[in-house]
Design a binder for this molecule. Structure first.
Ligand code: CS2
Length: 489
């Protein structure tokens, strides 16, 4: 076994190391949620920005839940390997922008003190949709979300991302320190505006003056983030060790493509992300909508249908000609719901997405993407579908995606094996489905009734719900959808 990746000395020549002086790097960012996506996206962007223009923008990260990633990162002084995989081969680059990692549940006092340090000017987050505490029926703060409920009772000892941001801002206000800029990097539409609504909702319930101060002083830029990043596997760690010559338990793997569009509205500066490919804009919403509806919408469609067909990875689904064609058609239909996106040809964008999904070097599990459906469906599928049917369109590919999600929600695959749904509303889904006859009509009716999930524009449209029920019926019988159904748009 080789030495751990705990320094940059003696790296194998097949690995690229940071070109800036890491020993002089001072912190400027705290990032909540250092999962694989952050390590493949914001951290390398910042690494590039440091190489281009230096600056005090080192990142301190905090895991809100599990300790493993933080432990491995600390054992490696923040260093880790990013593998970029393509059919031409795999490259390895050691990322240097992360300085230290905290585990919030263990290092709470320390993390709160760091949030109050004037040197910290940005608090970014990738915590996944379900961690925000967004109430699906009101769009406001979900007081029943377990972490939010705990934090509202005890705001000084937070557990949730929103709780930490509010507690950090409260400490700064009390100490007369300028605020940091919270920066959401999750796949939610208007993620900055959503975060602002939740932070204000939380502060209004705990400290009204703080809420007014936040409203007046804290910018919440929205962002669009994009890089396909499968969960790390043994193969990731093996290839990282082979290419760097060091053992690396924090290694991640990703695709060559990366994109970051950011509203350029920061309270106290930002790294030179724009110098290294990030697009700084006034309004990110056209980009976000495009990405959520064309990439993520098609991803969810392929994940559910692919999983039901027994395909393990998205690249396998893309080898199924009918499903690949369906994905492309879905993107074309989704594109028609969008306003023009500055500088982007949507036809080219769809073509590029198809090529990215088909990348044979990327093993992205359908089961990984299928996770958290109730949190993902609205912005990816249900909102665009309701816009389409409101204008008299069919939204047929959307009906198939929803039928596939509903079949998936039964939790039993075509061979009769049970699997875990991995959705925060899994318990509620199981309750609604208990005792319901397993046919398309009954199962779809039970799931259409989940509070706050399906817009009335869809559930009141008999033609659309009928298509869902018909497709679901076939999927429940574990039969293949007929060609004319898959070919409809
Ligand atoms: C995927 C996304 O897991 C999922 O739901 O659709 O993580 C997707 O890979 C990224 O958004 C790509 O940027």
């Amino acid at each position: 076994m080789s030495r751990r990746l705990d320094s940059l000395s003696g790296l194998a020549s097949t690995a690229v190391a940071p070109s800036y002086d890491r020993t002089a790097l001072k912190p400027g960012i705290i990032h909540l949620g250092p999962g694989a996506f952050f390590r493949a996206h914001a951290a390398p962007f910042t690494d590039d920005a440091l190489a281009a223009q230096n600056g005090d923008w080192g990142i301190e990260v905090a895991s809100l839940r599990t300790a493993d990633v933080a432990t491995h990162l600390n054992e490696q002084h923040g260093l880790y390997t990013m593998l970029v995989r393509d059919t031409a081969g795999t490259t390895a680059r050691v990322i240097g922008s992360v300085l230290v990692a905290y585990v919030a549940t263990r290092d709470r006092a320390k993390l709160l003190a760091r949030l109050a340090d004037p040197a910290i000017r940005i608090v970014s987050l990738t915590v996944t949709e379900k961690a925000y505490g967004l109430d699906p029926t009101t769009g406001g703060l979900d007081e029943k979300h377990p972490d939010i409920a705990a934090d509202l009772k005890n705001p000084q000892e937070p557990r949730s991302a929103v709780g930490y941001i509010v507690a950090g801002l409260a400490l700064r206000r009390r100490a007369g320190i300028a605020p940091f800029t919270p920066l959401s990097c999750d796949n939610l539409p208007s993620n900055g505006a959503v975060l602002k609504r939740l932070v204000l909702g939380f502060a209004e319930r705990t400290d009204l003056e703080l809420a007014r101060w936040i409203e007046a002083n804290v910018p919440f830029p929205s962002t669009m983030v994009d890089r396909i990043t499968p969960a790390s596997t043994e193969e990731t760690y093996r290839d990282a060790e082979r290419l760097t010559g060091r053992q690396d338990l924090a290694a991640i793997e990703t695709e060559p493509f990366t994109q970051w569009v950011i509203e350029d509205h920061f309270a106290a500066g930002r790294p030179a992300w724009d110098a290294v490919g990030a697009l700084m804009v006034k309004d990110v919403s056209p980009y976000e909508k495009m990405k959520l509806r064309m990439l993520n919408g098609a991803h969810s469609l392929l994940a559910y249908l692919g999983f039901l067909h027994g395909y393990e990875f998205i690249r396998d689904v893309m080898e199924d000609k009918a499903l690949a064609a369906l994905a492309r058609r879905h993107m074309d239909v989704a594109a028609k719901t969008l306003d023009p996106v500055p500088g982007i040809d949507l036809d080219d964008y769809a073509g590029d997405l198809i090529a990215r999904f088909a990348n044979k070097a990327i093993a992205h599990r359908t089961y990984q993407i299928a996770m958290d459906g109730t949190q993902k469906l609205p912005q990816r599928l249900l909102e665009p579908a309701s816009e389409i049917v409101a204008k008299g369109g069919r939204a047929g590919t959307y009906a198939l995606a929803v039928a596939a999600w509903m079949r998936y929600a039964l939790g039993i695959d075509r061979n009769g094996n049970a699997y875990e749904l991995r959705d925060p509303r899994a318990g509620e889904i199981a309750e609604r489905l208990s005792g319901v006859p397993r046919n398309g009509q009954a199962v779809s009716a039970a799931l259409f009734a989940l509070p706050g999930l399906f817009p009335a524009a869809l559930t009141s449209n008999a033609a659309w719900t009928g298509t869902v029920a018909a497709a679901l019926d076939i999927l429940i019988r574990n039969e293949t959808l007929p060609a004319e159904m898959i070919a409809a748009d």
